[in-house]
Design a protein around this ligand. Structure first.
Ligand SMILES: [Zn+2]
Ligand SMILES: [Zn+2]
Ligand SMILES: [Zn+2]
Length: 260
């Protein structure tokens, strides 16, 4: 397979396949769904942090043309602050149910339709960025690309389930919600193609894109996903969460080291 084919296949896995998986997840009865979703979120946290610290950052640091490690760590820092601002602007991101305080949906029922459209725009931008990050990882090394796409898919599936809930809540039919979500997930492929064509031949920039990818994964895991886990405080829930976070880290660790 040529590198471009790898990039297209894995950006489809990170985008369209995640949406399809989330759509199938909606067929499960609601009671089981609300029980399963926190598990998927815990797993995603592990996969994201594993990919950031065990794969992306080491490769960014030893990347071509990196003369000073501080430049990489500085990029991670500004990346995290950048994603903080980005999330402020695209407010309807990263919540996993139709009701969340952050977005005040239950308080402002007239904002339903607006919420639906904003979520699609926010999704489109986020998926586009994910696509660029997947391409940069593949340009460094195929194994890094695979691991990055896995981490993208792991957090996109619970994310898309939440998006579906909001779309349905804001008056979309199931078929329309699926169609629009698939459409916005194709921006992952667009981002990957743009990343591939603009970054090949600019290898010295790639380590910095990897650092931004790490920042994105760390931000999503720590700022968006972990707070939700604190809603369940008892010991069994915490042990379950830790086990699933560990499983997410382990999958990335094993995938990364076996593909090396
Ligand atoms: Zn590696
Ligand atoms: Zn929300
Ligand atoms: Zn993402």
């Amino acid at each position: 397979m040529t590198l471009l084919v790898w990039i297209i296949v894995f950006s489809l896995i990170g985008g369209a396949l995640s949406v399809t998986a989330a759509g199938l997840f909606l067929l499960i009865p609601e009671q089981q769904r609300t029980r399963l979703l926190p598990h998927a979120v815990s797993f995603a946290i592990g996969a994201l942090l594993g990919a950031a610290f065990l794969a992306l950052l080491p490769h960014a640091i030893e990347g071509e043309g990196v003369t000073d490690v501080h430049h990489i760590t500085m990029t991670v820092l500004f990346g995290i602050l950048g994603f903080f601002l980005l999330e402020k602007m695209v407010l309807w991101r990263h919540c996993h149910s139709g009701h969340c305080e952050a977005h005040g949906i239950e308080h402002a029922h007239d904002r339903h339709a607006a919420a639906g459209h904003l979520i699609l725009i926010g999704d489109g931008i986020h998926n586009f960025v994910d696509g660029v990050l997947i391409a940069a990882a593949f340009l460094t090394d195929i194994h890094l690309g695979v691991v990055t796409a896995l981490a993208v898919a792991a957090h996109e599936i619970p994310q898309e389930v939440g998006d579906f809930a909001i779309l349905l809540h804001s008056g979309f039919s199931r078929a329309r919600a699926l169609a629009f979500n698939l459409l916005s997930s194709l921006t992952t492929v667009a981002g990957a193609l743009l990343g591939y064509f603009s970054l090949s031949g600019m290898e010295h920039v790639v380590p910095f894109i990897l650092a931004i990818a790490a920042a994105s994964f760390i931000y999503i895991a720590v700022a968006d996903l972990i707070p939700g886990l604190h809603r369940r405080l008892h010991i069994e829930a915490t042990a379950q969460q830790l086990a699933l976070i560990g499983a997410g880290v382990a999958v990335i660790f094993i995938a990364h080291s076996t593909l090396h």
